[in-house]
Design a protein around this ligand. Structure first.
Ligand code: ADP
Length: 190
């Protein structure tokens, strides 16, 4: 099993690169943002509980997020490994993931940090909103998401750095060039 955490601020390109990685390495892509959006569009109980939180750009409580993620891992018993995208976003989530994977005799093998300047993020998300129509992509909500990132999510990085698992790559440039750098980092540990 090979488990990868793809890490970076909103708009860093995690989703774009994850799509390319799953093709090449046959990993299962688990994006907690996509899962929440799917619950919301299917109007499930969970979707009803998180709808406003997402629209505001705030983080969903850890317990809800962790339970949902673990459920999805269990739904993929044949997987050769996972890309965790948008998860963990807090240190308690990171601890829960470690404990959960350990219970399966597995672990996080690599944390890929996509480094992107805040101004670039804002430009990218303004562009994305034109096509995505995502409620949380508007300028005010975006600032809230960036705040949440620098307030809570950034602390996940030292957690993994202490375990020697983080590789930082420049997330600005051509999509294929960034992908090539990502493949280099994965191949070192795969
Ligand atoms: P982004 O493009 O900003 O990285 P995502 O699609 O990953 O956004 O997530 C969208 C929203 O879903 C977040 O702003 C948050 O409300 C919620 N969310 C996603 N993942 C998590 C998580 N691990 N913990 C808490 N909330 C989450």
């Amino acid at each position: 099993m090979f488990n990868l955490v793809i890490f970076g601020p909103p708009g860093a390109g995690k989703g774009t690169q994850s799509e390319k990685i799953i093709d090449k390495y046959k990993l299962v892509h688990l994006s907690t943002g996509d899962m929440f959006r799917s619950h919301i569009s299917n109007d499930t109980e969970l979707g009803k509980r998180v709808k406003e939180i997402l629209a505001d750009g705030r983080l969903v409580p850890d317990s809800i997020t962790i339970d949902m993620l673990e459920e999805e891992v269990k739904n993929n018993p044949e997987a050769e490994g996972f890309i965790f995208d948008g998860f963990p976003r807090t240190v308690p989530q990171a601890e829960a993931l470690d404990a959960f994977l350990e219970g399966k005799g597995s672990k996080v093998d690599l944390v890929l940090q996509l480094d992107v300047d805040q101004n670039v993020i804002k430009e990218r998300i303004a562009e994305r909103q034109k096509v995505s129509g995502r409620a949380d992509d508007d300028a005010v909500k975006l600032l809230k998401r960036i705040d949440e990132y620098f307030d809570k999510t950034i602390h996940v990085l030292p957690y993994y750095q202490e375990q020697g698992k983080v590789t930082t790559l420049n997330g600005v440039g051509k999509i294929d060039d960034i992908f090539e750098a990502i493949c280099g980092a994965i191949d070192e540990k795969h």
